[in-house]
Ligand binder design. Structure first.
Ligand SMILES: Nc1ncnc2c1ncn2[C@@H]1O[C@H](COP(=O)(O)OP(=O)(O)OP(=O)(O)O)[C@@H](O)[C@H]1O
Ligand SMILES: [Mg+2]
Length: 461
């Protein structure tokens, strides 16, 4: 497996090698274009000085003289017309030089081998220790013409410096390799930790402590990751709670259906008893059917995208229709209905909104006492459509208010058994979901024993 660690180390090393190579080529090019003529000029000057000094001091032994100059860090080749020559100072690596050049220098011309040394990307002319890489000047010794070729002895002049730079280069490279190897571990460590953490999560362990105290990208990644783990954990808890709630809600009516069905099998039952048991079974089946309908609605709403089928319709007329459909239940409870429903056009999903008003109105009916009243108002405000359903019913306790939109939440445990039995606690969760999908909002204000008001505001677009 090629780990990230190995990748970073290899990449860094490749970059180091490549940049050294590039740096060499660039400095070589710089030598060729700028330093080479300068070097040639310097050596030419030196050659002239040697010649001038000798011409002024003819009595000096030329061999001893050139020998001592050679020791100072120069390589010299002295040659006469018969191509007989002698070397002073450091050895040349290549000693071949065209006789034409030698003859032309003897004849009095200067030779600029350093300035004209061929440029090549991978050879530094400066270090090339060959006879062609010299400066040649004429010299007369005892009336005989000679040619003298001269170049700096890099070995002598820069020997220590060269060693110093080579050492610098080697030590720098070695240290870089060591430091890259170590520091990459530090870089990669949090990623390894994250990978370890993802493995834990797949196993269902969420109590992960990621201690990455960094403010760079990896630090941000780690903190986002921790946040994600927390929300996955919450989601998982919600899922488990949801499943247990659903099971519970299904279990209760099923148990009661089973019980009454068993009782029906007993002999000697009065016809009246039989009818009573059957009606309970019917009620419970009705509840189950209602529950599964609500769950299906929630499931389809959870899919969210593209489920809204928007049309423009008169919301007041829609609410009037619901009032008519539910009239049996509010008339039975002797509730007074006060309606203020002027024609108001609303753009939204007609079917889903029908469910919103139905859920809100049935709640108001369910949680009101005989003789209470319900008022419904619809009006437009700027680009919004407002619907308010107010009742003078039992109200919601302060502790319950924050939870009423939660799935399966049924308020106030002191409520009559019948109400609790007929509830699944999904009504308002569905209402909230539908209103959220319409980008609207729902507000509730309530006081126990005084009444409840739900206000829905929907953008009319
Ligand atoms: N108009 C209201 N007056 C008083 N309490 C209310 C009113 N509307 C909702 N509630 C409280 O909020 C809780 C949640 O309401 P929701 O409609 O979600 O569930 P439900 O009515 O109990 O059951 P379901 O509507 O699924 O049959 C109710 O149990 C009730 O305690
Ligand atoms: Mg309800």
């Amino acid at each position: 497996m090629r780990t990230l660690y190995l990748r970073i180390v290899i990449t860094t090393l490749v970059v180091m090698i490549f940049s050294s190579l590039l740096a060499f080529i660039i400095s070589n090019a710089y030598y060729q274009s700028n330093l080479k003529p300068h070097n040639d000029k310097r050596i030419t000057g030196m050659a002239h000085d040697i010649v001038t000094f000798y011409e002024k001091n003819q009595n000096v032994n030329i061999d001893a003289y050139l020998e001592s100059i050679g020791k100072l860090g120069y390589q010299i080749y002295l040659v006469n017309e018969d191509n007989k020559g002698s070397f002073y100072g450091g050895e040349y690596r290549k000693k071949d030089l065209d006789t034409k050049i030698i003859n032309s220098v003897i004849a009095g011309q200067e030779y600029h081998g350093i300035a004209n040394f061929p440029s090549s990307a991978f050879i530094t002319g400066f270090f090339d220790n060959v006879l062609t890489n010299t400066v040649g000047v004429p010299l007369v010794i005892n009336d005989e013409p000679y040619a003298m070729f001269l170049r700096s002895d890099v070995e002598v002049q820069f020997g220590e410096l060269r060693f110093f730079f080579a050492l610098l280069l080697v030590v720098t490279s070695l240290l870089s390799i060591i430091f890259v190897t170590v520091s990459t571990r530090y870089l990669v460590k949090p990623i390894t930790k994250l990978t370890e953490a993802t493995k834990q999560i797949t196993k269902g362990k969420y109590d992960i402590e990621l201690q990455v105290n960094r403010s760079d990208e990896i630090g941000v990644l780690a903190s986002n990751f921790s946040e994600m783990v927390r929300s996955i954990e919450q989601l998982e808890e919600m899922r488990q709670e949801f499943v247990s709630n659903v099971s519970h809600e299904i279990q209760t009516p099923l148990a009661s259906i089973k019980g009454f069905a068993q009782m029906l099998q007993e002999k000697d039952l009065l016809e009246e008893q039989q009818r009573h048991y059957l009606s309970i079974i019917e009620d419970e089946s009705q509840r189950l059917s209602q529950l599964s309908k609500q769950l299906l609605t929630l499931a389809s709403l959870d899919k969210e995208q593209g489920i809204l089928e928007k049309t423009t319709f008169d919301v007041a007329a829609q609410i009037k229709q619901i009032v008519t459909v539910t009239q049996w239940s509010w008339r039975e409870k002797e509730l007074a209905l006060d309606l203020d429903l002027p024609t108001t056009n609303l753009t939204g999903d007609q079917k889903l909104l029908y469910q919103v008003w139905t859920n809100l109105l049935t709640n108001s009916i369910k949680y009101s006492n005989p003789g209470d009243s319900i008022s419904i108002r619809v009006w437009s405000e700027d680009d919004y459509c407002c619907i308010e359903i107010e009742d003078t019913g039992v109200g919601i306790s302060e502790e319950d208010i924050p939870h009423i939109f939660t799935r399966f939440y049924k308020g106030d445990k002191s409520r009559s058994r019948q109400d609790v039995r007929n509830s699944s606690g999904l009504g308002l969760a569905i209402v909230k979901k539908i209103i959220d999908l319409h980008n609207g909002k729902i507000e509730v204000s309530s006081q126990q024993r005084i009444g409840t008001t739900f206000k829905v505001t929907l953008p009319n677009m």
